[in-house]
Design a protein around this ligand. Sequence first.
Ligand code: IPM
Ligand code: MG
Length: 387
Amino acid sequence: MYSAQIEAAKEKFGKLLEEQLNRVEEMKAQGDFINYKALDKIIIGVCGGDGIGPAITSQAQRVLEYLLEDEVKQGKVEFRVIDGLTIERRAAENAAIPVEVLKELKECHVILKGPTTTPRKGDPWPNVESANVAMRKELDLFANVRPVRIPEQGIDWTFYRENTEGAYAVGSKGVHVTEDLGVDFTVVTSQGTERIIRAAFEYAKANGKTRVTAVTKANIIKTTDGKFLDMFKEIAREYPDITADDWYIDIMTAKLVDEKRRKDFQVLVLPNLYGDILTDEAAEFQGGVGTAGSANIGKRYAMFEAIHGSAPRMVEEGRDIYADPCSVIRAGAMLLSHIGYTTEADKLYKALDICTVTEKKLVMTGRDTGATGEEFANYIMDTTRSL
Ligand code: IPM
Ligand code: MG
């Protein structure tokens, strides 16, 4: 029974395996991390995306250009605006990232990206893959670094979410074997696992962190999560000064709510889907996903983004000038620190704290009852001047 369907499914599975084995070879051939200091010029791509994206990223760009004014004048840094990563263009080309846009992205070193719309069932758009996910894969941005800090509660977490494998690697390539049977695949590789776990430990070591925690469901998902956990234990042995422990994802979601225990976590490393879920939970304690920035780091490229949506309704109602650029400006601060401008990055982090927590002279309401994104960016720049 069903032998034709099983053969068809096997053929699709075979293709997936070939693709993934090619990816393994590419990872094996990869060199070390790019050294920004050795470059004559760092090219920063600014990719607005959809909805409120262009309005808020252009404000973040103004702030970064202001902080890097001398570098831009000396030709050490160049900003390039990359248009066209819009749902309309992606739908017209039926591509997750339009060809021309991808080419322009690949000419940059680092990218500041606004939100992009991911089509959902029932939307007028064809079912193109998420632009975020595609960019992470195309540019091999394997480490999704998401910090969550709530100093008054003693919370200082840094999540290292694996960003190219797990349930996301072939998430849009599952197989409907028959009308009744659907199968998705989750992928793990030695190379992909080693690099994210190593990145988490290296970050811990460089930043005086004393604990790295792995989060899996290796008791049930034995092959892929099992490999992730084995690799974690193996690499942990190279860092004897750092406490390494591991938790299952279910109890970890509970522990993040446990006010007595949660302060103790420092660096957490986890497969893609668990990282996706746990970082939304974590960001919620800090004030919601809209307050978080996210760094997507690979060896050759890095991309920094806000993790909120594109809010198309704000644009339809002409309110995009009132959209809050804070999260993408925070992503900009992560970008500055990543390319080595740590003094400028620290200034920007401090200004964000002053402007959104301690002083808060402007209120953003998303409409004309509050400040515009431009006014907020001006407020941030004025504040950095006094630091
Ligand atoms: C995130 C988002 C994305 C993801 C979506 C928009 C594809 O939820 O960055 O966490 O699932 O990774
Ligand atoms: Mg998410």
